[in-house]
Design a protein around this ligand. Structure first.
Ligand SMILES: Cc1cc2nc3c(=O)[nH]c(=O)nc-3n(C[C@H](O)[C@H](O)[C@H](O)COP(=O)(O)O)c2cc1C
Ligand code: SF4
Length: 438
């Protein structure tokens, strides 16, 4: 593996790294290679640099950030930046670390981004359960107002005014979907809306709004500080940069690992201490992504390579399953989650995800019927692409990929009314190993 110096998580383990005192001591805000540099550039030049860097969204879809910023209409209306800190995708725990451990880095990046898009108000939408994160970010924002870093005259440079407001959600998964997030931020139920119009044209209270994930934004000041060419030198040119991977499941050292995009899945799992037992499957990007198999471990973990291998990088929440994992049980767990989180607006999602959960439940508990696996596939085909937002597809992708790759396990459950793999002895063995290595 090529040598890699952490960028995003460099200070995560230093005591008090979240304070302004610590941030200033490492050159933050007032050093040249910071927001000050961005504010000395033309706003469009900042956008161009981000565009040139090929920074792709870290929230799930991997859309190029700089390109998104150019979609803002030139209509003289106020514009907003909404930073998506909802982080509800199972297996994902990177944004909360940024918020809690290096909030000033995020604020400095928000300043750069708002200058680029000429916005005077940024909102950070944090999921309700993240109380520590919301408190740390609010404390950092307060420090910035007290020091004149935020407010009427950002950094005292006489360039622009910027307010940053923290909004806490109520903990629903759908608040992370961008239009659902905006509805919740406006004080309404987090119902997603049909697109277009996209938020860049009609967003927060119908004003143009750029929505980016926390980690996407956190990269911005590093791109301005060190340049797009430096950023592009890290990983594949079509989607480069440092990346936080959240590794969980059957690995010896679950946790957050920062690597260059393009590091292989195997290398990342090795950093996490290696697997516990033999690997059966890997979800590369959060629980909604299609599952990959051990023969794909040498796939580079970047947007295009994972896509070419039949899955998505998503939110980089990597979950490892060993061969003691019951795939039917795992899918039941997911279907329960996504059905529960459906906002209920679209019938295929509200009802269809429930049907999938019921089918999975009866197969898992020994009541499956011949033809149930095909029925699950058929139901999933009827749901796919027929809903307002992508939440329904978040279950369809696992359903279709688990059946395609592990159909024999579903059929075994139906025929023998029991599980092929997760023997009680095996379950206990895996748990014992986990306890030893924890
Ligand atoms: C159901 C659903 C949940 C989502 N949850 C999140 C989330 O928790 N955090 C996030 O950044 N993006 C989430 N997204 C993606 C956002 O809609 C949006 O694409 C993203 O915030 C854009 O930022 P990015 O381009 O920087 O990735 C979710 C999307 C869907 C469909
Ligand atoms: S797909 Fe599901 S979560 Fe999304 S709008 Fe429709 S019902 Fe709501």
């Amino acid at each position: 593996m090529a040598k890699f110096e952490p960028v995003l998580s460099k200070y995560f383990n230093e005591p008090e790294a979240w304070t302004l005192k610590h941030y200033r001591a490492r050159g933050g805000y007032y050093g040249y290679a910071t927001a000050k540099k961005a504010l000395e550039m033309e706003p469009k030049a900042v956008t161009e640099e981000v565009k040139k860097s090929n920074l792709r969204g870290r929230g799930g879809a991997g859309f190029p950030a700089g390109v998104k910023w150019t979609f803002l209409p030139e209509n003289g209306k106020p514009r907003y930046l909404a930073v998506n800190a909802d982080e509800s995708e199972p297996g994902t725990f990177k944004d909360r670390e940024i918020l809690a451990k290096d909030p000033h880095n995020l604020i400095e990046s928000i300043i750069c981004a708002c200058w680029a898009i000429q916005s005077n108000h940024a909102y950070v939408f944090i999921r309700g359960e993240f109380t520590r994160e919301a408190k740390r970010l609010q404390a950092a924002i307060d420090e910035c107002y007290a020091e004149g870093i935020l407010g009427e005259n950002v950094l005292g440079l006489g360039k622009f005014k910027l307010d940053v407001t923290v909004i806490t959600g109520a903990g629903a998964y759908i608040c992370g979907e961008e239009t659902g997030l905006l509805s919740a931020a406006e004080g309404r139920r987090a119902y997603p809306k049909i697109k277009p119009p996209f938020p860049a044209v009609e967003g927060y209270f119908r004003y143009p709004t750029i929505i980016n994930n926390v980690e996407t934004i956190q990269n911005v000041m590093h791109i301005i500080a060190r340049g797009a060419d430096w950023f592009k030198s890290i990983g594949p040119e079509s989607g480069p940069g440092p990346k936080l991977f959240c590794v969980s499941g059957h690995v010896k050292k679950p946790g957050l690992y920062e690597v260059a995009l393009g590091t292989t899945l195997r290398e990342i799992i090795d950093m996490a201490g290696g697997p516990i037992g033999n690997i059966k499957g890997i979800i590369p990007g959060g629980s909604s992504m299609p599952i990959m198999t051990p023969d794909q471990l040498d796939t580079p973990a970047d947007f295009d390579s994972i896509r070419a291998a039949g899955s998505f990088l998503g939110s980089a929440g990597m979950i490892v399953f060993n061969d003691q994992t019951c795939i039917v049980n795992a899918l039941l767990n997911l279907s329960r989650f996504y059905h529960h989180e459906s906002c209920g607006q679209c019938t295929p999602c509200r009802e269809g995800l429930g049907w999938l959960e019921k089918l999975c439940h009866r197969i898992e508990f020994g009541h499956g019927k011949d033809g149930d696996v095909d029925l699950m596939n058929e139901v999933s085909v009827m749901i796919k692409g027929r809903t307002i937002c992508f939440l329904a597809d978040s279950l369809i992708m696992p359903v279709q990929s688990y059946i395609a790759k592990f159909r024999d396990e579903f059929e075994y459950h139906i025929k023998h009314r029991k599980c092929q793999t997760a023997t009680e002895a095996g379950k206990f063995k895996a748990l014992e190993e986990m306890a030893v290595t924890a």
